[in-house]
Design a binder for this molecule. Structure first.
Ligand SMILES: [Zn+2]
Length: 285
């Protein structure tokens, strides 16, 4: 081959090489674009998925279940007793309890459940009108139902909270878990319920003095008085658990003696408000 022919061959080879490289680059570009699109597609799908997992439906429900929580807890006060009555109102005993509290000019706290006879509705009203605190204890007090899920708890809470507000005009801001915040029914949902209720501004209270009036059978008056009087401590606040149902006659009978004996020892009585630092149970204690 002549030099000229060699030049043509080489030129041809170079041109072919450039075309091949160009085509490969173009293919690679297209391939890359496709991959990038696929990847983005996946990423978009994935984030849609995780968003779905994070968005908890119950947080979007019950628009009325919010209260202000821009307060600071008051320092726990020494020698103070907070009498708390769970499970009311009752047709027989709420009235008697309120009469005793009135006689001694003492304010207390009632964690109530859902009742709708005229007498019981009048009791919700009287509790509020006489300056006591009304708190939520759940509508049904049915452990298996309310602790089956956070949503079930909220649905039940909403029922009693709206009932109280409708009857008394007052929106409850504090609550007490049936069985206390830590019990054998709510281990699976307890943390989620607590965080959801705190997000909504509510405060809950357990207790540090048990009156023993919920024990099986009827607790004697003296047994109840003894549990409370021996259970309180001078330092810090005492949150005393008692019950307000038709069966708890001995609680009513014990009340005047509890008030008199503790007053004589220098204790004061007051109602719980959301500014009172809560006493709460813990799995670790
Ligand atoms: Zn209860």
């Amino acid at each position: 081959m002549t030099v000229r022919q060699w030049k043509r061959v080489i030129t041809g080879f170079v041109v072919l090489l450039i075309i091949t490289l160009g085509a490969t680059a173009a293919y690679a570009e297209v391939r890359y674009q496709r991959l990038a699109t696929e990847f983005e597609g996946e990423a978009v799908e994935e984030s849609a998925d995780s968003e779905q997992n994070l968005s908890i439906d119950y947080q979007k429900k019950y628009d009325n279940l919010y209260v202000q929580n821009d307060f600071e807890y008051k320092e726990a006060q020494d020698s103070i007793c907070y009498l708390t009555f769970d499970d009311g109102p009752s047709t027989e005993n709420t009235e008697k309890i309120l009469d005793i509290l009135k006689k001694y000019n003492i304010k207390a706290t009632f964690f109530v459940i859902y009742k709708d006879t005229e007498k019981e509705k009048a009791m919700y009203k009287r509790i509020v009108e006489e300056g006591h605190t009304i708190g939520v204890h759940t509508a049904s007090h049915d452990y298996e139902k309310i602790y089956s899920s956070v949503d079930a708890y909220l649905k039940d809470f909403n029922k009693i909270a709206s009932h109280i507000e409708e009857i008394t005009g007052e929106k409850p801001e504090i609550f007490r878990f049936p069985g206390g915040s830590v019990n054998s029914y709510n281990g699976a949902v307890y943390m989620q319920i607590v965080s959801e209720m705190m997000r909504r501004g509510y405060t809950y209270y357990d207790w540090n003095v048990g009156s023993g009036d919920a024990s099986y059978g009827t607790a004697s008056k003296n047994w109840i008085v003894g549990n409370v009087v021996n259970g309180v401590a001078k330092e810090g606040s005492n949150i005393i658990l008692m019950h307000d149902t038709n069966a708890k006659d001995t609680t009513v009978q014990a009340l005047p003696e509890i008030i008199e004996r503790l007053s004589a020892q220098g204790y004061r009585f007051d109602k719980l408000t959301k500014e009172v630092k809560p006493v709460t149970f813990s799995y670790l204690s």
